[in-house]
Write a protein that binds this ligand. Sequence first.
Ligand SMILES: Cc1ncc(COP(=O)(O)O)c(C=O)c1O
Length: 408
Amino acid sequence: MNDPLQNQSLTSRNVRIYLDHNATTPPAPVLAARWSELLFVTGNPSSIHNESRMPKAWLRETRQKFANYLNCSPLEIIFNSGASEGNSSILKSAWQLRNQNRNEIIVSQVEHPSVIKTAEHLQAQGAIVHWVPVDRAGLIDLDFIKNKLSEKTLLVSVMFANNETGSIFPIKEIAALAHQAGALMHADCVQLLGKYNLEQHPEKLKIFDLDYATFSAHKFYALAGTGVVFIKKNSPWVPLVHGGGQERGRRGGTENVLGIASLGIVLDELKAAKVHVDEMLRLRNLLESSILARIDGCTITAAEGARLANTSSLVMTNVDGETLLMSLDLKGFSVSTGAACSSGNPEPSPVLLAMGLSRIEAQSSLRISLGWQTTEEQIILFVNTLVEVVAKLREINLTGKDLTHAVS
Ligand SMILES: Cc1ncc(COP(=O)(O)O)c(C=O)c1O
């Protein structure tokens, strides 16, 4: 295979290059420009004095903008602390509303831990959970879903796109199947915004016909600690957090006004998402074809199915993923071996194992996720460094030295 970056000889410079945008995105530059304005957002939005006006206005404005972006009503938007809270709330809420007839939940095996762990928690309380397989091509087993759906199904929860491999799942089709069986449909849409061009569907979120969807501000260039739940009108809901009646009684606790305001500002930027998505796709393709041309024994996980434009999950034989990550870190590159929340955990990624990769393959994996600020120069520097580091680690491996020593 030809290396498209063959004649590029840039070498590493003394700068950090961030390629871990599925873990979190850096705050958008526009936030720095408006930082002093944001710092003046004082006052509790639930108060009725003068100071509450500005935070109340930020909440109202962001809610309306988010609703416009998704093409839903502002009443269908709940602010909370992030997608882990959103995912837990939805599953637990559905479970509280179970009845004798409906007590089964269908969840994919590659969901984020906030879904998996909540489903396991409900399983311990008596819920029957059907875990949907996903193969190594990134394809979800639709027949399994069809077979398990029945008049006993309460909720189906399948993510829009996987954070580790970038695999995009057919949630519209799954939602139609769920609804035929009278079940509710939730999709974790955390990796959608900024990485997928929702504008291409004039119906926006309605295209998927979901009852619930979850989002997280720090995954698309706003501040961490703010999440959004889309809850379709008249869908059942039991609050996870009770409190002073915020969010129309659906989520207690004073709202994270600064985080919500940052979200409102960044939402304006999403109008340009298509341009960024196209450019990330171009750079990701360049990255992958160059790596495949220059590094033997390298495969791309889930490359056969639909994928997010920015994500690449690689398996490199004879290389330990953690050691590779540390070596790249020492050279100024931030990437990931799996989900960020499990870094430092020597166990291989449960998502990759669930997809049928062996433990060795999963332990030799690397996730690279591009962002809006990623440049071609960064990709060239990264590939050059990766080629060099992989060669050194394989050499150490061949000479029988300890595999777990990072090279700098
Ligand atoms: C797919 C997915 N869902 C949920 C979450 C959790 O989001 P938060 O950090 O807002 O709790 C993440 C974050 O890693 C994610 O990637």
